[in-house]
Ligand binder design. Sequence first.
Ligand code: LLP
Length: 404
Amino acid sequence: MKYSKNKLFIEKVSVLNIANKFQTPAYCYSYSKLKENINNFKKNFKSFSPLVCFSVKSNTNVNIIKEIKRFGLGADVVSKGELMLALKAGVDPNKIVFSGVGKTNEEINFAIEKKILLINAESKSEIREIDKIAKRKRKIVQVGIRLNPNTDAKTLKQISTGKSENKFGVNSKTFYELVNYCKNSKNISLQCLSVHIGSQILDYKPYERMLKAVSNIIIKTKHKFKFVDLGGGMGISYSDKIKKLNYKKYNLAIKNFLKIHDTKIIFEPGRSIIGNTGTLVSKIIYIKDGGAKKFIILDAAMNDLMRPALYGAVHKILPVNKSNSVSTNAYEFVGPICESTDKFVTLKKFQKLKEKDLVAICDVGAYGMSLSSNYNLRPKAVELLINGRKVKKIKNRQKHTDLI
Ligand code: LLP
């Protein structure tokens, strides 16, 4: 996004024109950013050409998945719905991995039918369930076991997954038991060790520790893992102050790991592929005087973008028409929903705003629309893909009649 003559543009399209044509709130994605992110991701790890499975939970728009698939990426899914979506987008089943602590019998059956690359199991019970279903179907199912490496990802507690207190994966003791279980099963082929220690990780050191733990465990099992799935979690810069993840160091740690282990690396990135491609365009409905601050009441709310309310996440907000005026009051950007947590951010310094002005909430491509809801019976926003001068509607705005 950039300004031209004080007007905000996404690629070559003015945000004002988008709002006039498609109304607000509107989720807009930049195609060139998406392409750049995918190319950079591949470049960062090109020496060992990993299989990159886009984490569908971060963005569930079928047209976005179709675009991502065109770059050769697979998919990481966590429900039957996401698996159906990935298949509908044309993702090769042989590039789909299925994670999650509570896969139902129906979901396992479906995944086996669709012959996906891996079902990454997260408990003893799940392995037994897969075995039972596979036996009944007289099939050999390729599985992974998700290890909980008890590694602190040094990220928000709500999005950490790799510590022993988290529900994800199995500890090393159970891991060894499950390796033996799989060896004795005629219907399970153990191909993968998977891990994912958390999301929005900006320090490479937790990844180093995770690799060390994985390496030790593989050596002890003496099992030949065809794949090691390192999950996703690579963080992005939501503000100019945030330092970037050192991909060089992470890449180096993996290269060292591969000197000892002959295996194919899988990644499951979500945020690092789609996060900074998305912008939520919103209009100011009212400005309300709150004494020391002013409430900027937007037409976008926590149902459209849940991250601030759920994790205290801060997204940059930009004016769509830039001016040199400065407000003397602090601005609190809020939505119309009947919850005090329906608040995006409070800014002490911002240009003067007036009712009906437009603003752009940045970096909402990951866990923006996919976490949205119909709370307060609010229809979900329209989604647009912008490529150069072209704007393609990739999801209609919901209508009230869809909801009632
Ligand atoms: N693989 C597994 C097994 C995961 O659980 C996740 C994310 C990913 C891959 C993708 O992680 P990423 O590369 O996007 O960090 N709603 C939160 C994030 C929750 C992440 C859940 N798991 C947020 O808005 O920050």
